[in-house]
Design a protein around this ligand. Structure first.
Ligand code: NQM
Length: 350
């Protein structure tokens, strides 16, 4: 029974198994089979593994010394689908990204500074870069702090995530179809990729309010069928090819904000409904709200100014995205604040 060095880390509102690339097989098929086993497949509850039986707790980060001149480490994200036992590298994950600095420091890949340590991360899935800034008083990663993020109990030390170049991360262009709005299956949608491929659709056009609980939306079989049919058509139009076995694009239902924020969201990732919203998913949806032609813009309440904090409302609260816009209104900088916590470090038994 192989024992693989592994750390379990909560990054933002997700939890994942972090590995050094050197500790995993080089062959992707062999690696993926090992990861499915470690996470607990083929049981969808992952009862015989360390996954949590939900896409948000069935994630893997593979870390290695960087191949990029402007980064410190490489981060490959792999989504292990508990229900289907597939492993997809078709997306980034901004939540596990928040834990990459913690892992890289813990494994000695990055030396700390006294006070704050910046860790440059090369997101291998898309080639994009992110700068993480961690609190490291006396050279040790600080865990405790007063930063709260909706969807996680308690508070922790803030980890600032500054995305350096995320537009078109997976699809090659911010608007991969070339349009701010496309009609797909009779619904006007914005297909966008500002870090995460997302199809943004007005909830009302799918005969829901957009305020329902994730459980209620998941129980709505006609809605799920319609969303999957739109997704299958949107995938190739977004340059993602056949998305039948892929975890992208995500499907985000938008509605008017109810808590004074930017917009209300319910996001299918893509087969279950997120309990909050993904990080880069939120950045992409917020960006759609800034495109005058997008159906999202008609529902959103966009604050004025070139530098803004956009509150993306979701089922368990809201998610703050900080954006700076250029003179033409395009997003030139995006950032978020997350927390992360090392839960254990040991050996995963396959
Ligand atoms: O959008 C969920 C999550 C994610 C991905 C998903 C993420 C992101 O909540 O950057 O973080 O959309 O699959 O971790």
């Amino acid at each position: 029974m192989p024992a693989v060095p592994c750390a379990l880390i909560r990054g933002g509102t997700s939890r994942g198994a972090y590995f050094l690339a050197d500790d995993l097989p080089d062959d992707p098929a062999e690696r993926d089979a090992l990861l499915v086993r470690i996470m607990g497949g083929p049981d969808a509850l992952q009862v015989d593994g360390i996954g949590g039986g939900h896409p948000l707790t069935s994630k893997v980060a593979v870390i290695s010394p960087t191949t990029h001149a402007r980064a410190d480490v490489d981060y490959l994200f792999l989504q292990v689908d508990p229900a289907r036992q597939t492993v997809s590298d078709a997306q980034n994950c901004g939540n596990l990204l928040a834990g990459v600095g913690v892992f890289a420091i813990e494994r000695g890949l990055v030396a700390t500074e006294s006070g704050e340590t910046a860790v440059g991360v090369h997101m291998v899935n898309s080639g994009a870069l992110c700068q993480l800034v961690l609190r490291t008083p006396e050279g040790r990663v600080q865990v405790a702090g007063d930063t709260a993020i909706d969807g996680v109990p308690g508070t922790g030390a803030p980890i600032v995530c500054n995305y350096l170049d995320i537009a078109g991360s997976s699809c090659g262009a911010l608007l991969p179809t070339g349009n701010a709005v496309d009609e797909i299956d009779g619904v006007g949608a914005t297909c966008i990729d500002n870090g995460m491929p997302v199809v943004v659709l007005p909830a009302a056009d799918l005969q829901v309010e957009g305020t329902e609980s994730p459980e209620a939306l998941e129980a709505n079989a006609p809605l799920r069928e319609k969303l999957e049919s739109i997704r299958r058509e949107a995938g190739p139009r977004m340059g993602l090819g056949d998305v039948g076995a892929k975890s992208v694009p995500k499907m985000c239902l938008v509605s008017p904000p109810r808590q004074g924020g930017l917009v209300g969201t319910r996001t299918f990732i893509p087969h279950v409904c997120h309990r909050s919203i993904g990080v880069l998913g939120a950045v992409s949806v917020a960006t759609a709200c800034l495109l005058p032609e997008s159906p999202a813009a008609g529902l959103a309440q966009v604050p004025r100014g070139d530098t803004k904090t956009l509150d993306v409302e979701h089922p368990s609260g809201s998610f703050q995205v900080r954006m700076r816009l250029g003179p033409d209104g395009s997003v030139v900088e995006a950032g978020v604040v997350r927390t992360a916590r090392l839960l254990f470090s040991g050996q995963a038994m396959a």
